[in-house]
Design a protein around this ligand. Sequence first.
Ligand SMILES: [Ca+2]
Length: 632
Amino acid sequence: MDIERTPLSNRCDSLPLSYVIKMVGLVLLLVISVFPVSAEERPNFLLLFIDDLKPMTRDYGHPHMHTPHFDRVAETGLHFENAYCQVPTCGASRASMMTSLYPTRTRFPDFLTRAERDAPDHPTLPERFKEAGYHTISNGKIFHHQLDTEERSWSEPAWKPKVNGVHHYNDETDAFMETVTETRGFKGNKNRAKKVPMFEAGKVDSIDTGDGMVTAKTIADLRRLSDEDKPFFIACGFAKPHMPFYPPVETYSHYPLEAVQLALHRERPIPTPEGLRAVKEQTSYIPMTHDFTRRLEYNTDDYHRHMRQGYYASVSHADNLTGRILDQIDTLGLADNTIVVILGDHGFPLGKHNQWAKNQLLPEALRTAMWMQGPGVKKGDSVNSFVEFVDIYPTLCELAGIDLGNQTVHGKSFAKVLNDPKASHRENAYTRFEGGDALSSKDHFYVSWKNPKNGEALLIDHAKDPLAKVNQAAVNEYADTRKQLQMHVDQRIALTETTFPPLKVSQRPLELSATIEHPKPNGVIFAQGGYRFGYALTVIKGKPMVAVRNDGKLVQVESETPISGRVKLGATITAERVQLTVNGKVVAEKDSPGLLLEEPKGELFHSEDRGDLVGKYPQEAFNGLILSHSVK
Ligand SMILES: [Ca+2]
């Protein structure tokens, strides 16, 4: 949104004054509330990444949790009911989010992912902020590897505390470690480390733990940067509630063992697809009771109770530290000008289906806690639309007034829901892991695995089967549902493999193409630019059209014949002609307004057009599937 591009004076000559005032008011309101950006008053950003945090707080329906500070954010900001990661494992989830790129079979495959290796030429989220004049800081676990994209992402060296997530605090744990001979190995790492116990009630103040040191560093940075002219972007990453569970002793007092409830369903969905592998992350730790007298037997009620208690206590520990950072933001008077985003990096099954960790395609491994607060963000409300982690990058850039140009991002900004939480954003979320592609929606959870054998798919009907006991993938009555869900998956996969526009589209011929599918297609397939320079491929009630705008001059080439079903649309724009093709055949053409003299403003919008339109067509989102699209 850009005032300069909204020439109200030209459009309002013959309109009643009250309408004009209303419209000016509306535009100003939108500019102020959705887009709180002027060069001097750009908001600060604090991104709080909490390792393995699932939606396990009171506002997510768990009244037994002691999380007063997360509760506070739910009141002073927005709760996201359906936030989903794109890869359910630390390193890959973070790399995908920080680049707004979907994972493919080779990009962002596992927890050891490096953004630098898998997306070497792609600017990271903090890199865009740094380029835009922000002071950017990484404290604790942000990218999986501390040095990943360090130089280009951060204004200062990425900082981590000297103690890591397996550091313990008690003499009793020291003594037990003397007796340990079991070791564990890591994929891609030949060094085998001694196993450590799963639980500890640390005799330590929360600020003296590893995450406490990250908190103290972040608080010091807030103090230091609050006086600077530059706005800041601080990413602060906690290592807990990731296993092992070593929170301070007092956090356990909120969760007496005998009061801990067990997961309601501890079997896997039947029939169980082979692709739904059992994850063994918990076996890297020795499940000794707190007094080290007894080893818990896997999958007993006792084991489940201890595991849940340890996780809950670790969430309360993260809550305590979060509170200290939020207090500092208030104390420094930064709250009115700092956008805070708090989120986990993926979900955590926590004993449901007898599964504990991520690295698998179960709904609980994909959904995470997420909150936002700050200027322009509604207070005490909930966003029920689905939000993908890849959406965070374009959203934060929009809030900071950072123009992405036509840079490739797979996410879509959800800035509009921040002050209108009921506005729709997405109806489902896509996640992939190893050979599986998953789609989470309000009614269903669906996974299809590559190389399907024996119906290698998982389909859960949430309304009929809230505990996910039955896999409906091979049931006849779900055939149509499965087909619909698979179409959404195919669309996302196509998007991951789509060629995006070159960085420069002006002063050169362009080839646009898209493969779409719908019995009665309608709406914008893609568009870039607006009333001065731009191009758009759209369908108006079945009739395809290409619009080209060059220095204000508009040429629209439309086919007279409606299309239906799966169709490949194309358009070529040269200095002389604009041609429209359907399945490779030219169906209409006109004289060209010439090669674009300047770059179109704004990003390439996929399946919709926003802001001012390139041409004369309804501002309607595409109603069907876009299986591929490219601008060359
Ligand atoms: Ca994690």
